[in-house]
Design a protein around this ligand. Structure first.
Ligand code: 8OZ
Length: 367
């Protein structure tokens, strides 16, 4: 029987165990969206994860939607991230970067002067983001023109190349939680009449093009993808046929043989059963012709659920989010069935070391 604590090969990445650190937005980048030494410390403290998926990181200035999130499109950002990956690797960790474009979940104050958020649609989301002024309503977007789509795909390709230059072991494309790629996928949001709207095939087109481009650029064995078929996060109403849509997406992606597919089950950070959905149907489609591809699950797993899902062969890797915020040594704690530190929710988004790099490991004195 496979153990959660057994090693696993994820594409080209030799992970020491099947526990991943989920991507977590913490808003601690410096000027010009450059990663800091404090971020290197934070990730290095968590290097015993089999795989770290570093926080959502915008592929372009246009892709930013929150204050102080890092980027991966400038030489300065690459140099900042290189310090992070070098430190994690020196601690024997593995780390991939999550490539992010927020689409319409943004505010004009976060974008270059005169720029408006872009999306599949010109309809504004009923959602908030945080800016220098605190939480504010997101700004109305403009719908991307069809002739802009190649440039958008090229931005993902460029960011993937930058991630490799920064020393990452790979990337995870963020197609979840109501951001740009999901704004194209769901018929509750996408109201286009061009080749990127309408049918399931058309709404999946951008994601397929992005995954093809990123795989071409850095290799499919270094490329993963995150999906959230039924999350309502960021004003993403349910698709009229979520099962059909995501079955199609995974069928179309299967021939690429991506290193891993990472699925948020249910409502992100909330109930796992908000809407019935057959995730096993996706797993079967992904594994078709690519049985060694890693199936990664996420959302509200506790120790026993994670042990069971891996032992029963229903998943290859389990990603933990919030538990990794307050437990840098989460892998050891799960292995030893030790108690977990509580998380300070006031220190999630922005700030410094407090509630970030000062959570104690087992045996260390409390802060
Ligand atoms: C919380 C706050 C800001 C962004 C996601 C990147 O949900 C995020 C995010 C989460 O994927």
């Amino acid at each position: 029987m496979t153990s959660l604590f057994d090693p696993i090969q994820i594409g080209t990445i030799a992970a020491a165990n099947r526990i991943a650190m989920a991507p977590l937005t913490r808003n601690r980048a410096a000027a010009h969206q450059v990663p800091t030494d404090l971020m290197a410390t934070y990730y290095t403290q968590r290097a015993s994860a089999g795989l770290i998926i570093a926080e959502a990181t915008q592929i372009s200035a246009e892709g930013q939607g929150y204050l102080d999130t890092p980027g991966i499109y400038s030489p300065e950002q690459v140099a900042g991230w290189k310090k992070v990956t070098d430190a994690v690797h020196a601690a024997s960790g593995k780390i991939v970067l999550q490539l992010w474009h927020v689409g319409r979940i943004s505010h004009v104050s976060l974008l270059p002067a005169g720029m408006q958020p872009v999306s599949s649609t010109a309809r504004v989301a009923q959602a908030k983001t945080f800016t220098k002024e605190g939480f504010v309503d997101v700004s109305p977007p403009r719908a991307l023109r069809t002739d802009e789509m190649p440039r958008l795909v090229a931005d993902y390709r460029h960011a993937a190349r930058c991630a490799m230059q920064a020393g990452f072991d790979g990337v995870e494309v963020h197609s979840a939680n109501g951001y740009l790629l999901e704004q194209f996928l769901r018929d509750s949001i996408n109201d286009r009449t061009d080749a990127y709207g309408g049918s399931i095939e058309n709404r999946a087109r951008l994601l397929i093009e992005v995954m093809q481009a990123v795989s071409d650029e850095i290799g499919a064995s270094r490329t993963g993808l995150r999906l959230s078929p039924v999350t309502p996060f960021n004003d993403a109403d349910q698709d009229s046929n979520a099962q059909g849509l995501f079955n199609h997406v995974v069928e179309r992606l299967a021939p690429l043989k991506l290193a891993f597919l990472h699925v948020i089950e249910g409502s992100t950070g909330g109930p796992r059963d908000n809407v019935p959905f057959d995730y096993e149907a996706l797993r079967v489609r992904y594994k078709q012709g690519h049985p060694q591809g890693a199936w990664m699950v996420n959302n509200g797993y506790d120790r026993q659920m994670a042990i069971d899902v891996v032992a029963q062969g229903r998943a290859d890797v389990v990603a933990f989010g919030r538990p990794f915020i307050s437990n840098p040594d989460l892998v050891r704690r799960l292995r030893d069935n030790a108690p977990l530190n509580a998380m300070d929710a006031d220190k999630l988004y922005g700030g410094g070391a407090e509630g970030y790099t000062d959570y104690p490991t087992l045996g260390a004195s409390h802060r």
